[in-house]
Design a protein around this ligand. Structure first.
Ligand code: 3H9
Length: 719
């Protein structure tokens, strides 16, 4: 028998019945978040079915592509800014579901995440499609489950698994959820049919519904529980955790081992609120929405036709070319890999094979996945099959003449509709495009090393890049597992342009008295993945030395020279690759060791420049380096080379190891307060020179009492 509609369907929650089973369908696209109206609708529907004698059981299911992806994240800001009291309505819905005297079955497809899984766990039973995923990802937002997840999950899955899921945030698949008792059945075929059949079976069986709160068999062994909690805390501290949420998540799961459910929920709520009001959570929520905002491009309609990318080609099998080739193969896209000599091609392929083999050894990849990926890579020494490529990524040595030569060649060997992308990290994309007959097909795809691992892709828009090429690049970034950020064609683009002043200040600080390890340690303590001086050694100090010399004419007048850095380069100390840079490296090791010789070189350079050395605080180190990022970022924004301050944040988090829990450099500046940042920068200008002159946009926002985030909002709201 087909479903009987009991009310109009154009609501957030649709109520129907089938064969004596009430069906509640959530219709809140795109992800069925528990936005205002949804919990109320579910509560009302359950209450109605409860009183309806013709209904024996209830199924809760998501309309569209998913079950419930959680609480509505947009609501959290309303609570922290005082516009909304709390999430009481949602918690009330859970009570209604749990106390329903008729069996309630959650039917899960897509994802049941956060409040979604919590809702499913207050239902009495759960069935899932084989492709479904369940998880408590709140820690990724700097939160913990706040609607009983930390209390019900241990009762279903055991303490160790619950702690892992609540503190780690990774969702698990349906098969694993079944194995751990989180779902009762995994069903093939039509999910609603199976859920309704299960509901009828349960109703026929009679008896009281099974409530997760009443389960205790997985919590009985106190010693094992304590051991699981200790192990979870140890695993966290081994990962160098700096976040509040994972610690609080474990504490909440621990409460489940010691307290009755309602008391455990009260403790969970306190720990949830501590997280909710923290700067970390506000920053991580900003990151969540900013990552999704990058694909909103003014003037580029969402339905811009895309160029289908079925095959790719990469020119150059060096470090970058090899990594980019792997990124395509990892996404299942066949890729031609071209080099100029057999030797270079063999070397490139050997590195790719070695990298895959290392992943197999670490258990991140199976041998057959590795073989399959390698089979997608077709090495070549010529352009013969380049007409097959829908996109070509050029990844040859960074030099304008060579890039122009390659693009002139590509112009002759590729189809007119193919995208021609350059992986340049500094060069003018328009000059490169100018050697082709179709500059509208040319764009920059600036990958970050290692390109198969790093999430950032700077998409550099040339003046002629077509809407289809831009839109395809943004979608392709997602296919490759990257976050693509559209930037303008300025020198060094956005990330590297900002990195220049950041590294410059790190070096100047040394000449003024800070120690190499102190600068790096202060920034690592701040949360950066690596210190700027260790990064310099990794990238090669000769690279920025060459750039300093090449662009000397662009240096602001009166700007101090990078004396110590130049001196190191003159001595052949180019970083890891020469065994010495700011640090010393023993043969075959990447571990930086402090080098007293460097201290002497720095002290000599400072003396030669007449710089008075003094003790430097970590706070000053952070302000000088991070505010250098912020000031340059503000200039970039004003000049229009980045669309949003939040785009800059996403670039820095995904490409430069900036801590996500600080929200990115621009968000961080907002949290410090732009007038405070401006005061310090103005002071630096007085003390050091005009290269510290505050960006006009920073000055303007600070004077108006505004933030970069509000500037983004104003722009988004503008016609
Ligand atoms: C929680 O539940 C706390 C509880 O313990 C309760 C406490 C009391 N809310 O990612 P996509 C939007 S915390 C609001 O591109 P996909 C998203 O912004 C929550 N909006 O799709 C985007 O909007 P736009 C725990 C949300 O298919 C659109 O939906 N849950 C939410 O690649 C499409 O998103 C989570 O942390 C939300 N919950 O991936 C899950 N989720 O189109 C967070 C998404 O305007 N969500 N949006 O840019 C996800 O991980 C992914 O969105 C998901 C789909 C995997 C579901």
């Amino acid at each position: 028998m087909g479903p009987t509609s009991m009310q109009p369907t154009a609501t957030l929650v649709d109520v129907t019945s089938r064969d004596g089973v009430g069906v509640i369908t959530i219709n809140n696209p795109p992800v069925n978040a528990l936005s205002p109206g949804v919990p109320e609708g579910i509560s009302a529907a359950v209450t109605r079915f409860q009183d309806d004698k013709s209904i024996q059981a209830v199924v809760l299911i998501g309309g569209g592509k998913t079950f419930i992806a959680g609480a509505d994240i947009k609501e959290f800001e309303k609570i922290t800014s005082g516009k909304k009291r709390d999430l009481g309505v949602m918690r009330g819905m859970l009570t209604v579901l749990e106390n329903c005297p008729k069996p309630v079955i959650a039917a899960i497809h897509g994802t049941a995440l956060g409040g979604g899984l919590e809702t499913a766990m207050t239902c009495h039973y759960r069935v899932a499609a084989p492709s479904a995923q369940v998880g408590q990802p709140e820690v990724k937002l700097g939160l913990i489950p706040g609607a009983g997840g930390t209390q019900r999950l241990p009762r279903l899955a055991g303490v160790a698994k619950a702690a892992e899921m609540c503190a780690g945030g990774q969702p698990i698949g349906a098969a694993e959820a079944l194995q751990f008792g989180i779902v009762d059945r995994v069903v093939d075929g039509d999910l609603l049919d199976s859920a309704v059949a299960f509901a009828r079976e349960l109703a026929a069986r009679g008896g009281l519904p099974r409530r997760v709160r009443d389960l205790s068999d997985k919590l009985n062994d106190a010693a094992a529980n304590a051991q699981a909690i200790t192990a979870a805390r140890e695993a966290l501290s081994k990962r160098g955790n700096r976040l509040i949420a994972p610690l609080n998540a474990i504490e909440a799961v621990e409460a489940a081992t010691k307290l009755p459910l309602d008391e455990g929920c009260r403790r969970e709520r306190e720990l949830f609120e501590e997280c909710l009001f923290s700067d970390q959570s506000k920053a991580l929520i900003h990151v969540f929405f900013s990552e999704r905002a990058v694909s909103r491009i003014p003037g580029l309609p969402r339905d811009t036709p895309l160029i289908p990318i079925r095959r790719a080609a990469v020119v150059g099998a060096g470090t970058m070319g090899g990594g980019i080739t792997m990124a395509y193969a990892n996404a299942g896209i066949p890729v031609l890999l071209k080099e100029v000599s057999q030797d270079a091609l063999d070397r490139g392929l050997a590195t790719i094979t070695k990298n895959y083999a290392a992943s197999v050894k670490k258990g991140k990849l199976t041998q057959s996945q590795m073989d399959q990926r390698l089979s997608l890579i077709q090495p070549t020494l010529n352009y013969e099959r380049f007409t097959e490529a829908d996109i070509v990524v050029e990844a040859v040595f960074e030099g304008m003449d060579l890039k122009k030569k390659v693009f002139a060649e590509l112009n002759g060997v590729t189809r007119d509709d193919a995208i021609l992308a350059s992986n340049t990290s500094t060069l003018d994309i328009d000059q490169i495009a100018a050697v082709t007959s179709r500059p509208q097909q040319v764009i920059g795809h600036h990958f970050f090393s290692p390109a198969n691992v790093m999430r950032l892709l700077e998409i550099v828009r040339g003046k002629a890049s077509s809407p289809a090429v831009i839109a395809t690049s943004l979608t392709l970034a997602r296919t490759l597992g990257k976050v693509g950020v559209l930037v303008g064609n300025c020198r060094a683009f956005v990330g590297n342009r900002m990195f220049g002043p950041y590294q410059r200040e790190a070096q100047f600080l040394l000449e003024e008295g800070a120690r190499v390890e102190q600068v790096d340690a202060a920034l690592v303590e701040f949360g950066m993945a690596m210190g700027p001086l260790a990064v310099g050694d990794l990238a090669g100090l000769d690279v920025s030395w060459r750039i300093r010399k090449e662009y000397k004419h662009l240096t602001p007048p009166g700007m101090r020279e990078a004396l110590a850095a130049d001196r190191l380069c003159e001595m052949g100390r180019w970083g890891q690759k020469t065994g010495a840079g700011w640090y010393r490296y023993s043969e075959g090791s990447r571990a930086p060791a402090p080098d007293p010789e460097v201290e002497t070189i720095i002290a000599d350079a400072a003396r030669a420049a007449g710089i008075q050395r003094r003790k430097m605080t970590d706070q000053e180190i952070i302000e000088r380096t991070i505010y250098a990022l912020v000031n340059e970022g503000a200039k970039i924004l004003e000049e229009g080379f980045a669309l949003r301050a939040s785009d800059i944040d996403i670039i820095y988090i995904n490409g430069y190891g900036f801590p996500a829990y600080r929200g990115g450099p621009m968000w961080y500046a907002d949290t410090v307060g732009l007038s405070n940042v401006l005061d310090r920068i103005s002071q630096f200008e007085k003390e050091h020179g005009n290269w510290w002159s505050p960006a006009p946009l920073l000055r303007e926002l600070a004077q108006r009492g505004k933030s970069f985030a509000s500037w983004d909002q104003e722009k988004a709201g503008a016609p």
